[in-house]
Design a protein around this ligand. Structure first.
Ligand SMILES: C[S@@+](CC[C@H](N)C(=O)[O-])C[C@H]1O[C@@H](n2cnc3c(N)ncnc32)[C@H](O)[C@@H]1O
Length: 326
């Protein structure tokens, strides 16, 4: 298995958040470095230290995401993967898969969409490669008995340097772009590995108002006077400005960038089933719910879900599907 540590991408970082965070440590490291080496500050020293800092910070944040998914893998595979599959299907359905010769999947999770694509393409001569950063997910995908050859590898979607440029004509990433620390790196890598004319498809968290699955636990918890880790970037952050989202892809060279919303539904009718579903989600399992709050929390959750159903919204995830061409 490949580690994601040997990454030559630091110089491509652009986020303002990074620059601001980096500055203090950067100047300190630079000073230390110059003292240790006994030479005056030069521009190239500055660049080397800046790159070192950014790289270690990025790796740390990437590892934190990976760690979380190592813990969530079983719960996600058992309870959410089939829901995500409906979304993945809606995306690949528009990607002219039957014309594909080589497909790279990034953030494949437990491999539900990989299996679906393999079933569809089993009689064709197509190279299918499924990747994910999380070892537990890679184990799950590797254990699937695919109906045709599928390569499974551990890789960071922000650094696909194990794969040559222009080597795939389809790139698929379902529900992972909003998780990686640097979405631009992931988009840039998807562009690099695609051959000219190739199609990329991504899905991300969409409209929070139409995603009770992602919001109701936090909301019920807040009503009980608690809050889930603050200061964390919201997974809805890319969806908040859809024209800006499309611009990110255009900026990296993609054309024909289109986005649309898709709702994937867990339970359209019944509050009791919705409550049961929510208790099995990673959102609920990640909650440290004090024993004495359990009844109150259940009541609040039930109220929120009743209101949601009352507004005609099923227990669902709203996602944005993004398709584009190199
Ligand atoms: C919400 S799950 C989606 C899994 C699968 N695509 C699906 O639709 O069921 C997100 C996946 O992204 C993976 N992931 C997170 N950060 C990643 C990264 N930097 N590179 C590759 N995969 C990553 C996680 O390990 C997890 O398997």
């Amino acid at each position: 298995m490949r580690s994601h540590l040997g990454v030559p991408f630091m110089s491509r970082l652009e986020s303002e958040e990074h620059k601001a965070l980096a500055m203090d440590d950067l100047m300190h490291s630079l000073q230390q470095h110059c003292i240790e080496q006994g030479y005056p500050i030069s521009f190239s020293t500055f660049v080397i230290v800046a790159q070192k800092y950014k790289m270690s910070d990025l790796l740390e944040r990437t590892r934190a995401v990976q760690q979380r998914w190592e813990e969530l893998a079983d719960c996600y595979a058992a309870n959410v993967a089939q829901l995500a599959l409906k979304l993945g299907r809606a995306m690949v359905q528009e990607m002219k898969l039957l014309d594909a010769r080589s497909i790279l999947e990034a953030g494949c999770g437990p491999g539900a969409l990989t299996l679906d694509m393999a079933r569809l393409l089993k009689d064709r001569s197509v190279r299918i490669v499924a990747t994910d950063i999380t070892e537990a997910m890679i184990k799950k995908t590797s254990s699937i008995e695919f109906p045709c050859a599928v390569e499974v590898a551990q890789a960071d979607a922000q650094d696909l340097s194990a794969f040559s440029a222009d080597s795939f004509d389809r790139y698929v990433a379902c529900l992972s772009l909003m998780l990686v620390p640097e979405a631009d790196l992931m988009i840039q890598e998807s562009f690099r590995v695609l051959s000219p004319g190739g199609i990329a498809g991504f899905t991300i968290w969409g409209d929070r108002k139409r995603s009770p699955i992602f919001t109701c636990i936090e909301e019920a918890y807040a009503t009980c006077g608690h809050s889930v880790a603050s200061g964390k970037r919201s997974n809805f952050y890319l969806a908040d400005d859809e024209p800006a989202l499309r611009d990110r892809f255009l900026k990296h060279g993609f054309r024909n960038v289109v986005t649309w919303h898709f709702g994937t539904v867990a339970e359209p009718f019944d509050i009791d089933s919705a409550m049961e579903f929510m208790r099995r989600t990673p959102m609920f399992l990640g909650l440290e719910l004090p024993k004495d709050l359990e009844t109150r929390f259940d009541e609040e959750l039930r109220k929120i879900l009743s209101k949601t159903f009352g507004e005609g919204i099923p227990l669902q995830i709203d996602a944005i599907i993004i398709l584009c061409r190199k």
